[in-house]
Design a protein around this ligand. Structure first.
Ligand code: SF4
Length: 367
């Protein structure tokens, strides 16, 4: 039995623990830590924009409250996307040989990773990739090239193939070609590209730690050029590169300010031979934290498509299905230079959860 003094001390310690977790702004009085997450979701659905403190508190939520955080994220996801899941299929249309020095990327000139290196695939191979994407029930076919930005010849090739893919397979097209000028963005729009991917990757403050050959502002300029040309934006980032939680939150908020429709959230798969090859040991990610990251992105960007992207299998591991309570999209198949799990495992997860693959126009950003 505790002495009176010990009881008081225990009480104080309990109270401090409780205060530590009470970092979510609320409307005052009477809420428990558990229903606080539900209240936060309700406020987001009523139009509240998460503050930096609130977003950080999602990332700092105790593991005991993980399911409550995910339930809150799901309330928001359900409003805008129901139980639908959108599948994306990646085609690495040009691999390696990139003059930039992004530290996470196996295709950079500074990477010694053993990856295939080839120039832009021909039409036949790009069409074949589209066929596989369609067979795998994907909504979107992502044509990705490793480059600082596309050459005119590469833009010509994309402009020639996109109408054929759309006509034959009815897929949406997302082009990821590096930095774009306004004229290049307009050409992509004119040939039928639906959206352009260009990731911010991290906060402006941390950007110099992961890349020196172009700037964060260069990336934002490309997103603005894409928007001005009338295409949707696909832009997200990478978690686990040594950034602070504040950097991840800042990125999520910048994506909100840019009105990004589609947000891929990557968890760093540190590839041997890249400058960040030791990052998974130095800055380990655990599956519960990864889920909180996805929940935070959902709460900051309630109407945006949130995609669990690279590193899903490695870092979410057996908790992958829970990620879909916050996210509404995944890649099916392999990533650019790393393997994904077999598509059948993803279809099974989606079915087991009572979710369904969609090709339709979701209400996101239109609700
Ligand atoms: S610009 Fe793209 S392909 Fe090139 S190193 Fe950076 S991330 Fe890799």
């Amino acid at each position: 039995m505790s002495s009176p003094v010990e009881s008081v001390v225990e009480n104080v310690v309990d109270r401090i623990d409780a205060v530590d977790t009470e970092t979510v702004d609320n409307d005052g009085g009477g809420t428990t830590n558990i229903d606080r997450w539900a209240n936060l979701a309700e406020r987001v659905l009523a139009g509240h924009r998460l503050s930096t403190g609130e977003a950080l508190s999602v990332l700092a939520a105790p593991d005991d409250e993980l399911l409550d955080v995910m339930a809150a994220a799901f309330r928001i996801r359900r409003r805008y996307f129901g139980k639908t899941v959108q599948l994306y299929f990646l085609m690495n249309a040009k691999s390696g040989l990139c003059p930039e020095d992004c530290g996470y990327c196996s295709q950079s000139k500074v990477s010694e990773a053993e990856i295939p290196r080839y120039n832009l695939l021909n039409e036949e191979k790009l069409l074949d990739g589209a066929r596989v994407a369609a067979e795998r029930n994907s909504k979107t076919y992502c044509i990705v090239i490793s480059a600082r930005g596309p050459t005119e010849r590469e833009i010509d090739a994309v402009a020639a193939i996109v109408p054929k893919i759309k006509q034959q397979y009815g897929l949406q097209i997302c082009a990821c070609l590096g930095l774009l000028t306004p004229q290049q963005a307009q050409r992509l729009k004119d040939c039928g590209v639906d959206k352009v991917n260009h990731n911010l990757n991290t906060s402006e403050e941390y950007y110099g730690e992961i890349c020196t050959t172009h700037s964060y502002r260069d990336r934002v300029d490309t997103l603005r050029a894409v928007r001005d040309a009338g295409m949707e934006l696909c832009s997200g980032g990478i978690v686990g590169m040594g950034e602070r939680r504040e950097d991840t939150v800042r990125m999520a908020m910048e994506l909100r300010d840019l009105g990004v429709e589609s947000i891929p959230v990557n968890f760093l798969n540190a590839i041997s031979g890249t400058p960040l090859e030791g990052a998974n040991r130095q800055h380990p990610l655990d599956p519960r934290f990864c889920l909180k990251v996805l929940a935070m992105f959902r709460m900051v960007n309630p109407k945006s498509e949130i995609r669990i992207a690279g590193g899903r299998e490695l870092h979410l591991r057996s908790l992958q299905p829970l990620g879909l309570y916050a996210a509404n999209s995944i890649f099916v198949g392999d990533y650019l230079t790393t393997q994904g799990q077999p598509p059948e495992a993803d279809y099974r997860t989606i079915e087991d959860m009572g979710f369904e693959v969609t090709h339709g126009e979701e209400v996101a950003m239109r609700a």
